[in-house]
Write a protein that binds this ligand. Sequence first.
Ligand code: NCD
Ligand code: ZN
Length: 346
Amino acid sequence: MQKITLPRPDDWHLHLRDGAIMAAVLPHTAQRFGRAIVMPNLRPPVTTTRQATAYRERILAARPKGSRFRPLMTLYLTENTTPREITLAKQSGHVQAVKLYPAGATTHSEAGVRDITKVHAVLEAMAEQEIPLLVHGEVTDPQIDIFDREKVFIDQILSPLLERLPRLRVVFEHITTREAADFVRESSNDIAATITVHHLLLNRNAMLAGGIQPHHYCLPVPKRETHRHALIAAATSGSPRFFLGTDSAPHTRHTKESGCGCAGIYTAHAAIELYAELFEQAGALDRLAEFASGFGADFYRLPRNTDTITLIKESWNVPQHYPLGIAGALVPLRAGKPVSWRIANA
Ligand code: NCD
Ligand code: ZN
């Protein structure tokens, strides 16, 4: 039987939500990952260090017994965020980054930024204090085709921003296009990108062909097959600029299977297993450890994990759904279907 042991991976982009949903999903992440960068798009959003600290306490309290999982917190950037808040974030020691959601770009992004020039002073403070900016890299202009929004974001927002603030450290989150992978690889700035496992596994046909597949719908939307190939090439390239971020995003079944379905794919139940499957198919299993357990910690200037996890090549079937307590249930990626790797020492 094939077996691989990796330093324990970290998830550099994760949605945990709060309350009953958090309690239901957190064990999946805590079983696999040492740390996770926790997204701040709650309702209301986590905009202050004070709120992030309280949210962190709730996450710590919801961990399964004996778990050593550590949540790494982020702030939600708004046009009212102050440079002072950045100082507080830095001083706290547990806020690692600030997230830019262009207003209207995705789930719970209404409080996000409409005009990037309004947050210039805050971004300057972040550059000075070396707090990374995490970007949801899509423009929201309704004139721009949804499949082009990431590419246009690079040209209209990200490139000019990096020119204005060359010292700002940036993570281009959940990249979905060849253009984004090329941009990150070739940039002279200190930038990196996370790549989700669903964007490595699915193209837009998986979302739209043979009937609409709401459980394959997320933002940024999966693109055509050539882009998926570019993402696989980036993830398996050995470049330290690309690392694991699942963007696992729990939504209840009824909000996804709806006349206006929510964006977000749930992968936390099998995240590292699915990445292993993909890296194996790409003939790059030997590159998984750095992508999953090395490069992200290096970028965030945190120590790498010293404990390990072992994966065994043995197929198991994903349940049709996972209960979310009083919130209902969610349909995970691969529901009812096999995953070819499993964790040995969960
Ligand atoms: C995320 C969510 O549900 O919070 N949804 C998604 O499709 N990825 C938000 C996000 O990261 O865009
Ligand atoms: Zn996300």
